[in-house]
Design a protein around this ligand. Sequence first.
Ligand code: HQG
Length: 181
Amino acid sequence: MELTKISKKMSYMLRHSTDPLYIDLNGGWADVNIIIKALKERYPEVTRSVVEQIVAQDEKGRYSFDDRKTKIRANQGHSIPGMVIEMEQPEPPEHLYHGTATRFLDSIVQHGLIPMSRQFVHISPDFETAVKVGKRHGKPVVLIIDAKRFVEDGHELYLSANNVWQAKAVPPEYFTIEYLN
Ligand code: HQG
């Protein structure tokens, strides 16, 4: 069974679909049965146990069930306007990391980090993860973010349920560029 393809479709529905049947803007929760029904239209083999398997095995922890397992949500990465996902705001470590591609650097240095098509700029807890994220876009480069100073200066920094830090924007004075060999 094509679990990755099914997961991509589900991720799209939970993060980007504007069909109000699927998702509650307040919290990002969707009814599991509605999601299964929608997935079945494309992948008839989908059952509740397939969805449970995808949630349990996702290598980035992209999804959560609610306590009763009647609702499901993506933990981060949404683009739906007005959707509010509950996130913690723990004290950050001194530094966090944003992986990107060298071809974006000119613009990033000029404008700072902005969310582009998502609701938030995604920020990794460690350097290696940032390199992986950057590689998705081309030749990777890592921005080292002064997370502690960023928060001390009054900027909001959130932590998603699957350990991805998120900010509305990161101005250039809060990062330095670490080129990779
Ligand atoms: C760049 C994956 C030009 C930004 C990963 C990034 C991650 C700018 C790209 C998650 C810019 C947006 C997110 C500016 C930012 N000018 N480019 N001013 N500001 N950018 O994919 O962080 O598989 O939306 O550096 O694991 O790469 O979706 O964000 O390169 O956690 O679950 O614009 O996606 O997770 O790209 O990745 P993306 P991202 P999932």
